[in-house]
Design a protein around this ligand. Structure first.
Ligand SMILES: [Zn+2]
Length: 443
């Protein structure tokens, strides 16, 4: 049993509570009691505003190596992808494990307590499996454990280069022989208290309808999350309609993939019918506004999704930015730009997407400060000039940054204290070394 005293805490809804005592038992919250004007004896004091841990529902850890190297040039998603492919070719289980540990440590310091890794870098360059065909996935699991964040490894099915064309070049590392081979490989992965296994369909480009059915039935049988990149690119959305006479979302629906375990990632070009179908199925949508802006994907139908009641979550995806507050307000800013209206999603709704919405999408019983839930919480520390005079409430989502995160507690154990990662230490040096090493190998 441990005791924490939060100066203020967000317990859901429009306001905050003062003097909240959080008692943890093992990895869960045993009691959450507001109104303590001073810390109980022996309590760890959390200054500032305590929130449930943020959940990064969509990540490709190795894309972090592209930050600052791809933004300057002209081009599109498709030219960015060439650089991403170059990075993907230079990683092996050891180097990817080390890089991912540093990326997840940066993520923890930013206030993320769980990550959904949309993992498709499975095999050796050229496509031959490693001796352990899950060597890369297990390296990511070890990396998350070492960095202290929960991981849902969304093991990604990838079979074709584009609507049935065979994979080629860098894509050979991503592809399993067929959907059954993917399923057999994924069934060999073990879970534990901080690691779960889920499934992902890379996209309608990379997976045809029969294979989608295999992934959907695996998810239903194992009761695990199923994610898919969906309608991120307008050209992909339109090509799917031409080839399959259905939108990407309709295609997923026909394959039996749409249910409450399903999360559409991006959904930038979803039609009004798609939004209604996703809402009716009880599915979610993971928005990644900083990556979508970085890649020039477009502004998604954020307002329509929220209005339809689609469960929203957030992801930093390519890690062009690693800041959950920036993702959350990016949704509202995008909605304002697209609709000409302010306050499309209010501050509590944005925080909800950043916390409980992500936990739901990844299958964790977290994201709410309430007894019985996982004891995953963070603090926004006071003191930075850009927070001076800002009300200490959910509205902080419009002003706070990743650098304001002071404490990060996962399963009742401090991972970050006073802005320092307790296990990894100098995250900047470690991350810098891993990225330099990767580009050295690319040549
Ligand atoms: Zn992605």
């Amino acid at each position: 049993m441990a005791t924490w005293w939060a100066e203020r805490a967000w317990l859901g809804g429009p306001g905050t509570a003062a003097g909240v005592v959080l008692r943890t038992q093992g990895e869960r919250l045993a009691a959450v009691t507001p109104g303590a004007t001073s810390p109980p004896p022996g309590a760890v004091i959390l200054p500032g505003l305590t929130l449930p841990g943020m959940v990064n529902a969509h990540s490709h850890a190795f894309h972090r190596a592209l930050r600052g190297r791809s933004e300057g040039g002209r081009g599109t998603f498709w030219t960015w992808r060439q650089l991403m492919y170059a990075a993907s070719g230079a990683l092996d289980p050891e180097s990817y494990g080390r890089l991912a540990r540093a990326v997840y440590a940066e993520m923890a310091m930013a206030g993320f307590t769980a990550v959904g890794e949309f993992h498709y870098l499975h095999h050796r360059p050229g496509g031959a499996p490693y001796q352990d065909p899950n060597a890369m996935g297990r390296a990511l699991m070890d990396a998350a454990r070492a960095a202290g964040v929960r991981l849902t490894l969304l093991d990604t099915l990838y079979l074709s280069s584009g609507f049935g064309d065979p994979p080629e070049g860098p894509q050979l590392r991503f592809a399993d022989a067929d959907a059954r081979a993917w399923e057999r490989r994924v069934d060999q992965l073990d879970e534990d208290a901080s690691v779960k296994v889920g499934a992902a369909i890379h996209s309608v480009r990379a997976v045809g309808p029969p294979a989608m059915e295999t992934a959907a039935s695996w998810s239903a049988r194992r009761q695990r999350p199923l994610h898919a990149h969906l309608s991120e690119q307008r050209s992909e959305h339109e090509e799917c309609q031409r080839r399959l006479a259905a939108t990407p979302l309709e295609t997923m629906g026909r394959a039996g993939a749409l249910d409450a375990a399903f999360t559409a990632v991006h959904g930038t070009h979803l039609s009004a019918m798609d939004v209604a179908q996703l809402a009716a199925a009880g599915g979610g949508c993971c928005l990644c506004p900083t990556t979508e802006a970085d890649l020039g994907d477009g502004i998604g139908p954020f307002a329509a999704l929220a209005e339809a009641g689609v469960a929203l979550s957030l992801g930093t995806d390519s890690h062009a930015s690693m800041d959950g507050f920036a993702e959350a307000r990016g949704v509202e800013m995008g909605a304002r730009l697209a609709t000409g209206q302010r306050g499309v999603l209010d501050a509590p709704s944005l925080l909800q997407a950043a916390t409980a919405g992500g936990a739901r999408a990844l299958g964790w019983d977290a994201g709410v400060l309430a007894p019985g839930r996982l004891a995953d919480f963070i603090t926004v520390a006071p003191g930075a000039a850009h927070l001076a005079g800002v009300p200490v409430g959910p509205e902080l989502v419009f002003a706070a940054t990743a650098a304001d995160v002071g404490w990060v507690v996962v399963g009742g154990r401090a991972v970050v204290a006073g802005g320092r990662h307790l296990a990894v230490g100098d995250v900047a040096a470690e991350l810098g070394a891993c990225i330099a090493d990767l580009w050295d190998r690319v040549g």
